[in-house]
Design a binder for this molecule. Structure first.
Ligand SMILES: Nc1ncnc2c1ncn2[C@@H]1O[C@H](COP(=O)(O)OP(=O)(O)O)[C@@H](O)[C@H]1O
Ligand SMILES: [Mg+2]
Length: 467
């Protein structure tokens, strides 16, 4: 009885406090982070982002004033520090402030060396208040000492003591790029949270993804989340936006272009609405995109983003200048309000393009966004699921932030099954008429009226004089 009472009295019934990993959206999915004092395993093949992930974990701790130790058996301090600097994390500075200690042991000679390191880490946890520890990697321990010994070093000494001291520990484990699900490693048993980082190739482009394989007490609805490695954010997860975050169309703010024909046809463009302009091949879709955009920027101000997947920035600038001049608007003032962003879709995967779009939107915080030639993305990477998955999230985020979007998609207008047509609020179809001097514009969808509207406009409206 007495023994049982003693036992009960030592059980801590308080909810453990949470320790954010510093990886945006992953912490949200985990309900705020991992329990402080728990063990996280990050596994994956070389180049999958494990070191970057672990470094962000230490960096986040330091940002919160928690001391961290990074133990590396694979990489020297200076190569690590300079790699992290390229990701926007200044470890030199953290080391100077006494917040980070980097311990390197390459190669790890013998068990004695390993024990000394473990002792040093434990001392730092007990005496210097270290709160976060990374071991990069347990694979090296296993390769050097064999499974049994490595396990003993890790579980019976290091992890047990660190847990007792309330230190959150992140273990890194190397895994082949593909392995069978049935092979559960020892490391996976000893960890409270298991995260796999990996990548695959899609149309020759690298697509990184994360899988949350094990987590205690939280149900994770997403099994696989794509991410990109980028400066400052480090691990940039593409977690889909949840529907309840998206507000209804704001019909209290209606933008007008001040161009009679367009305003008559469209009635107005609600703030935060997304407009798809489908153009017949051969039509200059950049002109068609700029004609509503430039007068809107002149009237309501920016900032605005213009992105083309096919035209160079200089050319876009030239067309902006021509359009503004023709409409009698102040060119300098308009150029000041517009960010021209060019992404060469040949050099990146659809996931990276979507992440880049989201990043530019969140830094520029534009009032208007105009995207030229969506069809190019699909022509390059003809996977409708991936195209829609990445593009839809960009579109929904814009609606959420009240950013009014315009997109062109060049297609044969007889084919009305443009991928993802349902995600837009306004859909307009532009054809040339038999009369070469005119465009026929048909609005197929609009939140402010029910029926398709059609109009014929002089092509000259969209064409710079003398061209
Ligand atoms: N500045 C950078 N920005 C984005 N990615 C980078 C940068 N520097 C290197 N990388 C990429 O990061 C990956 C290496 O990540 P790392 O965290 O070392 O992976 P692991 O530890 O799993 O081997 C490489 O694939 C490399 O292409
Ligand atoms: Mg590494």
């Amino acid at each position: 009885m007495i023994e049982e009472d003693l036992l009960l009295s030592t059980i801590d019934t308080r909810e453990p406090s949470l320790c954010p990993l510093g990886i945006k959206r992953l912490d949200d999915l985990l309900g705020g982070g991992v329990p402080c004092g728990s063990t996280i395993l990050v596994e994956g093949p070389p180049g999958s982002g494990k070191t970057s992930f672990a470094a962000k974990f230490i960096y986040e701790g330091a940002r919160r004033g928690e001391k961290g130790v990074y133990v590396s058996f694979v990489e020297g301090k200076y190569s690590f520090y300079s790699f992290m600097k390229s990701l926007g994390m200044d470890f030199y500075d953290l080391e100077r402030k006494g917040l980070v200690t980097f311990i390197e042991a390459i190669p790890l000679h013998n068990e004695e060396a390993a024990r000394l390191i473990i002792e040093r880490v434990l001392m730092m946890a007990l005496e210097e208040g270290v709160k976060r520890v990374v071991i990069d990697s347990v694979t090296v321990l296993i390769q050097t000492f064999g499974l049994e010994k490595a396990r003993e070093l890790l579980t019976t000494t290091l992890l047990r003591e660190l847990k007792r001291a309330g230190v959150t520990t992140l273990l890194i484990s190397e895994k082949p790029r593909s392995y069978t699900e049935s092979e559960v490693s020892v490391e996976e048993y000893i960890a409270d949270t298991v995260i796999e980082l990996n990548y695959r190739l899609e149309y020759g482009k690298i697509v990184r993804y994360m899988r949350i394989l094990k987590v205690r007490g939280v149900s994770i609805p997403l099994s696989e989340i794509t991410f990109t490695l980028r400066k400052d954010v480090v691990i940039d997860l593409a977690v889909p936006i949840v529907p309840h975050e998206i507000p209804a169309i704001d019909t209290s703010t209606i933008y007008k272009t001040d161009i009679g024909e367009i305003d008559k046809l469209l009635t107005g463009i609600p703030r935060g609405s997304q407009t798809l302009i489908i153009t017949e091949p051969g039509i200059n879709s950049l002109d068609l995109l700029l004609v509503p955009l430039i007068p809107l920027v002149a009237r309501y101000g920016g900032p605005a983003i213009i992105r083309s997947y096919v035209r160079a920035p200089e050319e876009i600038k030239r067309v902006i200048t021509q359009t503004a001049r023709r409409l009698g608007l102040n060119i300098e003032q308009i150029l000041d309000e517009i960010v021209i962003s060019a992404i060469n879709p040949v050099s990146q995967s659809l996931h990276e393009i979507a992440a880049e779009n989201a990043r530019i939107d969140s830094t520029v915080k534009p009032r208007f966004v105009a995207i030229h030639s969506l069809n190019t993305l699909l022509e390059l990477y003809p996977n409708i699921n991936v195209y829609l998955g990445s593009h839809l999230n960009n579109v929904l985020l814009r609606r959420k932030h009240g950013i009014t979007g315009f997109y062109t998609f060049s297609a044969n207008p007889k084919i009305k099954d443009i991928p993802g047509i349902d995600i837009y609020d306004i859909v307009a179809l532009v054809r040339t008429t038999k009369n070469e001097e005119e465009y026929e514009i048909e609005v197929l969808r609009h939140p402010l009226y029910a029926f398709p509207k059609r109009t014929i406009v002089k092509r000259g409206l969209f064409k710079p004089k003398g061209v």
